[in-house]
Design a protein around this ligand. Structure first.
Ligand code: PAN
Ligand code: ZN
Length: 192
C-alpha cells in the first residue's frame, strides 16, 4: 500500500527546491504587481525603469475551499531591496479571524504583525523556527538576508485574504537596511 486515496491526499515537499506537489494555486509576484506596497515610490520607478524583479512566489495546496479544511503552501521571498526597504510579501489580514503558522525552511526574515487596533509585533524567521500569527493580526514576511527566505505555512482554507487596508496604509513599521543591518522604523506613509 502506497501514497494516498480519495479524500486524504498525501503531499510531497522538496525542501531544497521549495516545491510542493500537488498544487492548487501558485503565483509569482513581481515588483510591478505590488508597487504601492513599498514606501519609496521613486525607488520603485527607478527599479522598474531597468527591470521588473521577482519579489516572491508561492505554491499552495487547498483540499477544498470549505470550512474545516486547512491549506498548506510554501512561500519564497527573494533577497533584495527597493530603495532601503527589503523585499517582502504584500501582507494581509484574514477576512475571518483565522490564525496561521509559518515554519521557516531557509533564510533570515522578519514576520511583521499588526493588530486591527494598530498594535505592532514582530517575530524573527530562522530555519526550523515556527512563527504563529494570532487570529485578527495582519502579517507580512520580510527577507532581511542575502539568500532566499522560504517558509511553509498552514491556515484554515476559508480564511480569505484582505489586502485593502495594507495597500492603502501599509504597516505602521517597515523594515529597512541601515548601515548594512535590518532595522524596524516607523512607516512615513502610515496614518491611523
Ligand atoms: C501566506 C501568504 C504568502 C504571500 O500564504 O499569502 O506568503 O503573501 P501575501 O498573500 O501577503 O501576498 C499567508 O499568509 N496566507 O494566509
Ligand atoms: Zn495569511
Amino acid at each position: 500500500m502506497e501514497g494516498s486515496s480519495g479524500e486524504a491526499p498525501l503531499l510531497s515537499i522538496d525542501l531544497r527546491r521549495c516545491l510542493l506537489k500537488p498544487v492548487t494555486r501558485e503565483r509569482t509576484v513581481r515588483l510591478s504587481d505590488m508597487k504601492e506596497f513599498f514606501t519609496d515610490p521613486d525607488a520603485v520607478e527607478r527599479t522598474l525603469s531597468r527591470r521588473d524583479p521577482k519579489i516572491y512566489e508561492y505554491r499552495e495546496f487547498t483540499p477544498k475551499e470549505e470550512p474545516g479544511h486547512l491549506s498548506v503552501g510554501i512561500t519564497v521571498v527573494y533577497p533584495g531591496k527597493v530603495g532601503r526597504e527589503y523585499y517582502m510579501t504584500r501582507g494581509h489580514f484574514h477576512l475571518k479571524d483565522a490564525a496561521e503558522y509559518y515554519y521557516c525552511i531557509a533564510g533570515r526574515g522578519i514576520l511583521l504583525l499588526q493588530s486591527k487596533s494598530g498594535e505592532v509585533a514582530y517575530v524573527e524567521l530562522r530555519p526550523r523556527k515556527i512563527a504563529y500569527v494570532p487570529p485578527g493580526w495582519g502579517h507580512r514576511a520580510v527577507n532581511v538576508g542575502r539568500r532566499r527566505l522560504a517558509f511553509l505555512y498552514v491556515y484554515p482554507s476559508d480564511s480569505g485574504h484582505d489586502y485593502g487596508v495594507i495597500r492603502e496604509k501599509g504597516f505602521a513599521k517597515i523594515v529597512v537596511e541601515e548601515r548594512g543591518r535590518p532595522k524596524l522604523v516607523d512607516n512615513p506613509r502610515y496614518s491611523t
